[in-house]
Design a protein around this ligand. Structure first.
Ligand SMILES: [Zn+2]
Ligand SMILES: [Zn+2]
Length: 286
């Protein structure tokens, strides 16, 4: 079976290694059918305060780089068209309030005809009385102590609901990224939070969005892919399309643990994976 990897970074973001072409070459070696380039969308679009300059540099490419990023993928798409399908995407950090999305859309706009799919992702949470809490284990233990598990999970899910309600993204990347804060343990969802999560899955199903199986979870020490098995089973039960992404920040991590995941999920009833082209979703039998 030839697979697709839809979540790939490159050295432009400041914390990955290798040119996009290096990733394309490894994907060909690994016999992938499609590779979706989805580097971090410029954080500078929503965070332009000079005090964050260094953080921004290590988080994503600069705003002025974005047109060149798209241009590079387009030329690789052409160069390797007989060997692999190269898709154009970007991982957009969803930030509330809505004004942030408006600013992001302005930069995305000139290339709207080029994207094959857009990934929406959450990397931090914040509510009115809290500071920005980055979903990172170092910051996490402090935040967990201060606000408690229930509040953190609730605010994460509330932000996911807002992301889905924008109707802007095709796929949700690393769906339960809140788990990073609990590493190496799993978050214990209260009945209230779990119900909210199930209601959100129903909403995602109705909107026709897809959810990413992000296999980097295992590399990040949380014990499995994002989302966790328990959520994956609920996704499969609802027939919500699943898309595979390694979140590779090194070329050798392309397709990481894909076969293992498929083997496991087939037992739970997974029969198709989802693919995209020009923002049209289709299902591919596995
Ligand atoms: Zn990254
Ligand atoms: Zn991400």
């Amino acid at each position: 079976m030839k697979l697709m990897d839809y979540h790939i970074h490159n050295r432009r973001c400041g914390h990955a290694v290798g040119e996009i072409e290096d990733y394309v070459k490894v994907a060909i070696e690994k016999n992938l059918k499609e590779i979706g380039i989805s580097d971090h969308f410029p954080l500078g679009a929503i965070l332009d305060d000079p005090q964050f300059k260094e953080i921004i540099k290590r988080a994503s490419m600069e705003v002025k780089e974005f047109p060149y990023y798209i241009k590079d993928i387009k030329s690789l798409k052409e160069k390797y068209k007989n060997k692999i399908k190269v898709l154009i995407s970007t991982e957009i950090n969803f930030a509330t309030p809505g004004r942030a999305l408006t600013r992001q859309k302005k930069i995305l706009e000139p290339f709207m005809d080029d994207y094959d799919y857009l990934l929406g992702a959450i990397h931090d949470i914040k509510w009115h009385e809290s500071p920005v809490i980055i979903l990172d284990p170092r910051e996490g233990s402090e935040a967990l102590k201060k606000y408690g598990i229930e509040k953190i999970n609730l605010e994460y899910i509330n932000k996911l609901i807002k992301l889905v309600e924008t109707n802007f993204f095709d796929v949700i990347a690393h769906f339960d990224n809140n788990r990073i804060l609990f590493r190496p343990d799993k978050p214990n969802y209260s009945p209230n939070i779990w119900q909210k999560l199930l209601d959100l899955l129903d909403k995602i199903k109705n909107k026709g969005m897809a959810i990413e199986i992000n296999t980097s979870g295992t590399l990040k020490g949380i014990g499995s892919q994002f989302p966790d098995d328990k959520i994956v089973k609920e996704i499969i039960r609802r027939d919500i399309p699943l898309m595979l992404g390694s979140d590779a920040h090194r070329p050798e991590n392309i397709g990481y643990m894909f076969e293992e995941f498929i083997e496991k999920a087939k037992k739970w009833g997974l029969s198709h994976l989802c693919a995209y082209e020009k923002r049209e979703q289709r299902l591919v039998k596995i």
